[in-house]
Design a protein around this ligand. Structure first.
Ligand SMILES: [Fe+2]
Ligand SMILES: [Fe+2]
Length: 319
């Protein structure tokens, strides 16, 4: 990937919330839908803040000045997305049916996530960020916009999506880097002090405790309403499976751990209790732990470049 060109795109693609025309009136919306939409945007503001905090961490870890600068623009993008989401929440809160606040599970998970990303190994932190962005971009944002069906949301989402396309491209680029021999050799050379290792494990344990309720409240339950067929979420999880099927990615310890969870979940020996425990650790709902890509799709993905895979994920988002 031409990172200098990407950085130029990052700078050129900047925009302001005031570029949007907030004076247009929203379409007529039922009471139930208004409440759901305002809550969705309120939580979206929180998720975008979290994404911003995670990119601060990516910026800190960046190994080259150009990557550091790219992540710096991503932090700005996510802050702007959070502000836009909050403005959208207020814009659609026409009747003030109730007061809205960020879901408690998201509030609780926020510090656990930031902490975990700080202490987990680079490739693990990047895996969470990439998976999170795929779920957010391919499934949630797109479905929210379809559900709202209003020009104001569509205009804002178009700008947000333009930024997110850059994020996904770099997320995939980083997955490629963390799957490289160069990174793996570096990781083996630099053994972390046991204190840091212990912090990483305790941060991971806290993450496991808070991740599932947060994902349920903010991703899975709202998606049941706005994407009842589950098509978009399945597509997002399929993208994750295609990416992690690549041999260099598949041999990373964290990916092997997640794959082992998935295999155990799908094993015919696993009872309902074991499956529930596994789903909790994986942070996903059971239906997304089955193999969602066909063997041909997996083989095809393995033969593609990371850039081409990222492009395909972006195409799925627009489809
Ligand atoms: Fe964002
Ligand atoms: Fe993003």
């Amino acid at each position: 990937m031409d990172l200098e060109r990407m950085l130029r795109k990052c700078h050129e693609g900047q925009w302001k919330t005031s570029d949007l025309d907030w004076s247009q009136p929203p379409r007529a919306i039922s009471k139930d839908d208004e409440i759901a939409i305002v809550q969705l945007f309120t939580d979206m503001a929180g998720i975008e803040r979290l994404a911003g905090a995670l990119f601060v961490e990516q910026e800190r870890r960046a190994t080259t000045p150009v990557l550091r600068e790219i992540f710096g623009t991503f932090v700005k993008d996510e802050v702007r997305h959070a502000q836009t989401a909050q403005l959208l929440a207020d814009y659609y809160d026409v009747h003030h049916y109730r007061s809205y606040r960020t879901s408690r599970t998201l509030e609780r998970a926020f510090p656990a996530f930031v902490d975990a990303i700080q202490y987990l190994a680079d490739d693990v932190a990047n895996a969470y960020i990439t998976a999170g962005e795929l779920i957010l971009d391919v499934a949630l944002l797109r479905s929210v916009d379809d559900y709202v069906r209003d020009p104001m949301s569509a205009q804002a989402m178009a700008l947000i999506n333009r930024d997110e396309s850059r994020h996904i491209a770099i997320d995939y680029h980083m997955v490629e880097y963390y799957a490289s021999g160069e990174y793996k050799a570096r990781r083996q050379r630099t053994r972390r002090p046991w204190r840091d290792e212990a912090r990483a494990w305790s941060a991971f344990a806290r993450l496991l405790m808070y991740a599932r309720p947060f994902f349920r409240d903010v991703f899975f339950f709202p998606m049941e309403r706005i994407d009842p067929t589950g098509t978009r979420l399945r597509e997002a999880f399929k993208r994750i499976q295609l990416l992690t099927a690549r041999p260099t990615v598949a041999e990373l310890p964290f990916v092997r751990f997640m794959q082992a969870l998935q295999d155990a979940h799908n094993s015919r020996f696993a009872g309902p209790r074991a499956r529930a425990v596994i789903a909790r650790i994986a942070g996903a709902e059971p239906q997304f732990l089955s193999q969602l890509a066909t063997d041909e799709e997996l083989a095809r993905a393995c033969a593609m470049s990371f850039d081409a895979l990222a492009d395909e994920a972006l195409a799925a988002k627009r489809a």
